[in-house]
Design a protein around this ligand. Structure first.
Ligand code: SF4
Length: 516
């Protein structure tokens, strides 16, 4: 009997290694033959460690399993799907999973992340083989046709970026994967790297073939040691299998890959600071132009895409651009892996087509707050994202619809706060975060963030007259930061600050606030 115990960080943090060992020992003690597979997480993080047993009717799940449960699970006959207090039934039928539209994450949790056989059995390399049969121009056009936009947050059309690199004349071109996932409440990059590294590798190879780049780098944040180890092991296997090297799958294309470890700076998630860091320099934002597609890593044309963007590429080439484009709404095509975090009962990954609402994600999937108290504010798009009040929870998740209310979908991170939250404190923290993480290159961000912390402090503690004066000062400061900052760090910090002020004035001791 095959038993799956996830090896993803969330399961490991909850004792999955000890649990796996306990299962092997208990089976041996009972003389029962099992095959233990260390799969990726299914993304239902509140159920981890989620152990699955392969039965004749499919994979049956047992949630939140501890080593101390193992003997009782054997007693309950779990090897044939026996019922126990930890049972959650057939895993594919869990509504949280069943109602998703998994394209990027189609393999997540189903496979052993380091098994090439598993990968090939689940649509692996179908996209790469299709791309190898196309010209570089045609491959870039196919990506444009799919409507895929950068999933790191900026939402720039990925195919246009690829075409710019493809058309650039240079002796050397690069593919850089931005895996510096630093946004609060986000973990989809990590799940992709730990749960399906071959998918990301395949996406990067396709990017190389399409654009003529022969070297790829994965820039992974140092806080993700398991992802780094997984990628390094997967790259070694891919190289052994002939996917990398002088002749990719026996073709005339060459492509190599290497992992580079970040050093803990949030701003290195900004593409040009990332390139500086990758070149061995201090991670400071570069002024644009030139764009990295023309002068990126070591001054050469460079595709720099987020993990999810690149991990989505194989399914687009495997199933066709039109198939991917059929999902979504407006100019937001395809799916987005939303990440439910913060004060939420059922935290995890929910991949759905654009158009779903925050309310559906929070309640139909998330099950409401973990505290059981009413939800009050939701921050979407990381620490620089807007706080959305309940009146905005029915807006469809779409880049343009969110932009119309001054919000951002970003990397799809959703952090829920209940009615005990203090939005003035959170607004002040946003400025403090900016002060901590600012690279220091431009004045509005470097100085403005520190002044912002002070101004919000005066609003929170001042008398009525002082509050009004300081609110105006805060608005002027935010205007300057938005208009005058070189990158999104300083340019977007006002988003959480002003949304907190506009939608939750009572937390600042104000009855109403006149929006600008
Ligand atoms: Fe650096 Fe902040 Fe200016 Fe960005 S906005 S370049 S992080 S100082």
């Amino acid at each position: 009997t095959r038993i799956y115990v996830p090896r993803d960080s969330s399961a490991l943090a909850l004792g999955a290694d000890t649990l796996a060992e306990a299962i092997v020992q208990e089976a041996a003690r009972r003389g029962q033959s099992i095959e233990l597979v260390r799969n990726g997480s299914r993304g239902l993080l509140w159920l981890e460690p989620l152990v699955e047993v392969q039965t004749i009717t499919g994979r049956v799940g047992y949630a939140n399993v501890e080593a101390s449960d193992v003997a009782a699970l054997f007693d309950a006959g779990w090897l044939s799907g026996g019922v126990h207090a930890r049972s959650v039934g057939p895993v594919d039928d869990i509504p949280y999973l069943k109602r998703q539209q998994r394209l990027t994450f189609a393999r997540l949790g189903l496979t052993d992340p380091l098994s090439i056989d598993d990968y090939l059995a689940h649509e692996g390399l179908v996209g790469l083989r299709a791309a190898l049969a196309m010209s570089g121009e045609a491959a870039c056009e196919a990506l444009i046709e799919s409507g895929l936009r950068g999933r790191g947050g900026a939402a720039f059309p990925a195919g246009i970026k690829w075409r710019t690199v493809q058309q650039a004349k240079a002796a050397r071109k690069y593919i850089v994967c931005n895996a510096d996932e630093g946004d609060s409440g986000t973990f989809s990059d990590r799940l992709a790297m730990e749960g399906d590294p071959f998918g990301l590798i395949e996406g990067m190879i396709i990017a190389g073939i399409a654009t003529g780049a022969t070297q790829g780098y994965l820039y992974v944040r140092s806080e993700y040691p398991h992802a780094i180890a997984m990628l390094e092991a997967a790259i070694a296997k891919a190289r052994e299998a002939g996917w990398l090297g002088e002749r990719v799958l026996g073709s005339d294309h060459a492509f190599e890959l290497a992992v580079a470890k970040g050093a803990g700076s949030y701003v290195c998630g900004e593409e040009t600071a990332l390139l500086e860091s990758l070149e061995g320099k201090r991670g400071i934002v570069r002024a644009k132009p030139p764009v990295p597609a023309l002068a990126g890593l070591f001054g050469q044309p460079t595709v720099i895409n987020n993990v999810i963007t690149l991990a989505t590429v194989p399914v687009i080439f495997a199933r066709g651009a039109a198939c991917y484009r059929d999902f979504g709404m407006g100019r937001s095509r395809g799916t987005l892996p939303f990440q439910l975090a913060g004060n939420i009962k059922q935290g995890g990954l929910v991949e759905l087509a654009f158009g779903v609402t925050l309310r559906e994600l929070m309640y139909d999937f998330g099950g409401g707050t973990a505290s059981g108290r009413p939800a009050r504010a939701v921050q979407v798009g990381g620490p620089l994202g807007t706080y959305l009040p309940e009146s905005q929870w029915d807006i469809p998740m779409d880049y343009e619809a969110y932009a119309a209310v001054g919000a951002v979908v970003g990397h799809g991170g959703i952090v829920v706060h209940d009615d005990t939250s203090d939005l003035a404190e959170l607004a002040q923290y946003a400025m403090h975060f900016c002060a901590l993480e600012s690279c220091g290159k431009c004045t509005p961000c470097r100085i403005g963030s520190t002044r912002g912390v002070e101004v919000i402090e005066r609003i929170r503690t001042g008398d009525a007259a002082q509050k009004q004066k300081q609110v105006q000062l805060l608005r002027d400061l935010c205007d300057t930061m938005v208009a005058g900052s070189l990158c999104a760090m300083g340019g977007m910090t006002p988003y959480p600050v002003l949304s907190a002020l506009d939608h939750f004035p009572e937390d600042f001791g104000l009855r109403t606030v006149q929006p600008n």
